[in-house]
Structure formats: structure tokens, C-alpha cells
Design a protein around this ligand. Sequence first.
Ligand code: G3H
Ligand code: 13P
Ligand code: ZN
Length: 340
Amino acid sequence: MPARLNLAVDCAPGKRVRTMPLTHTRDLFSKALKGKYALGAFNVNNMELLQAIIEACEEEKAPVMLQISKGARQYANPVYLKKLIEAAVSLSTIPIAVHLDHGDTFELCKECIDEGFTSVMIDASHEPFEKNVEICRKVVDYAHKHNCVVEGELGHLVGAQFDEGEEGGGFSSGGHYTHPEEAVKFVRESGVDSLAVAIGNSHGAYKFAGEQHLDLERLKAIKASLMDAGLGDYPLVLHGASSVPKDLAAQINKYGGNMGENTAGVPESDIEVARRTGCTKVNIDTDLRMAMTAGIRKVLWENPKEFDPRKYLAPARKMVKELVRHKVKNVLCCAGRAFD
Ligand code: G3H
Ligand code: 13P
Ligand code: ZN
């Protein structure tokens, strides 16, 4: 029996828990578009990550999207995640939406919609265009009947090194990157509510072999095509938006890790341009993982006799919190926008 995110938490007057439910992704998007800021979509896998994200966003008064992957559901169990998120909502005042990250089947999307997620991603970007449309359409039809919105993806998140031939000049179609005209056709035919684009972005800690940059001209062209086609200020999504901080990689390496020297992320200046160009949702996971790992490694390296998990998880959680604070304040510019 699936556990529904029933976030209208019961509580007696005067108690510190609140009765406010999740905020709908649709509402967060429309405010972010109007306010020209981006929402951080941070991946949640366990309690410490969730606490770090929520505490930072609460202190910075930032609206936030919590995203849960299939792997997170397998690791933590959907019911634990639901209860953790209920706790987060009841102990904070900021708007919180819950999103399925990289849903790979209709069935998984349906499960999350039925559980009360406010948005789901159906990632059929590996399929040919028509098949991608068909799979997204099916999820959209179900989601829209159940008060949920859908993110689709067009193009492949392969990083910049694979598409050097497409830089500058016109935008070739049939490559890995999202083509502006195809984006319009895809949005129209699939009915998705937001679109994840491929503009040289990729997941993980080793995003670029050479120069670190996104194809921001293409991003501007995608946004303009959607606008010109009458789709309005259409929300775009940037996956793979971790900046892979060198100091975190250095800390991990210093305290017994081996991430090597060739870690590379998206420069924060590129994320800022992406935000100004209309990337309304910016996905960050790797940076959180690195902050958590760097914190744990340091404590255990310096205190090899330590075996109380709280002693290494608390400083690691603090590092994640400060990282999230930096993102929402200095990069995404959503700090202070929670109660607009
Ligand atoms: O894009 C993928 C996210 O970083 C989630 O990763 O599938 O290992 O949970 P995961
Ligand atoms: P990073 O690997 O850059 O953090 O990207 C996360 C992401 O896109 C989750 O969907
Ligand atoms: Zn992603």
C-alpha cells in the first residue's frame, strides 16, 4: 500500500509543527519565472542531507525543491523518505516541493504521483524523438489528471567534449545537444510542463575534459524559440549543475580519498547566465555528495578512534548546509524569495 505524502500535518494550536502542506511545483515555477531567480533542486538520500538543505533554505528564506531519484527510493525506502519530508515540512516555514528525479518508467512516475509528489521527471531522452514524446505524453496525461506537473528531457547529457563541432555557427540537429526548433515541437507534442536541456551539461564530478563551459548561446536560442512559438516564459531545467568545488575535491584527496586531479564542474558564472536566461530549476547533487564525503573523511582521518556516527555526520551535515546556503544566496538568487 503506497504511503501518500499527506502533509496537512495534524497539530494542536501552539505546537511548533505547522499544518502547511507542500507547495506545488507549478507555483514555485511561476514565482521563480516572475522573480527571475532559479530554484535549487537538491537530491535527498538520507536524513542528514535533507536537514542540511532545509536548514540552509530556512535560514536564507529560500523556496526549495527536494528531488528523489529511483536510487534514493531504493536506498532509503519511499516510506522513510516520505516521513523525513513530512518532518522537514512540519519543522520549517519555507515553500517546499517534492520532485521525482530521472523517472525512467511510467510506473515509477505513477507511483510518485500517487504518493503526492508535486512534480515528476520522465527521462526518455535516450529514446528517438517520437518515442520520447509518446512516453512523456502518457505520463503527462496521468499527471495532469492528478494535480502533478511533468519535466521531460530532450537531448543527451554528454558534456561539452562530445559536441565541440556544434559550438558557434548554426545549431545542427541530430547531435547530442537540444535543438531550439525541436524543443518547441517536443514541448507542444508531449505537453510537458518544463524541459531539461542538453547544452554541454552532464552528471557527476568529471564533466569536462578541456575547457569548462556550457553552450549558453544555444540555451538563449532554445528559450527564444519557445517564446516566439507562443509558449511564453517557459521553464527550462539545468541538470548536472554542480560546480564540483576544487577545495572539496582537495579535502577528499587530502584525507584518504582519491578523486584525482581531473574533477571539473560547471563554472558558477555559467550557472548565473543560465539562471538569467530562464533555467528555472537547477539540479545539484554531486556537490552535496562531495561536501558530505569531505566532512566525514576529515573527521575519521583526524580521529581514527572515532566510531560514533554523530561525530562525523554532524560536521559533514554542516558542510552540506553551508554549500546549499552559498548556492541559494550567491548563485541561484532565490534567497529571501520564500514569502514573495
Ligand atoms: O542525476 C542523477 C542524480 O545525481 C541522482 O543520482 O541516481 O545515483 O541517485 P542517483
Ligand atoms: P550533478 O551531478 O551535477 O550534481 O547533477 C545532478 C542532477 O542533474 C540530478 O538530476
Ligand atoms: Zn539529472
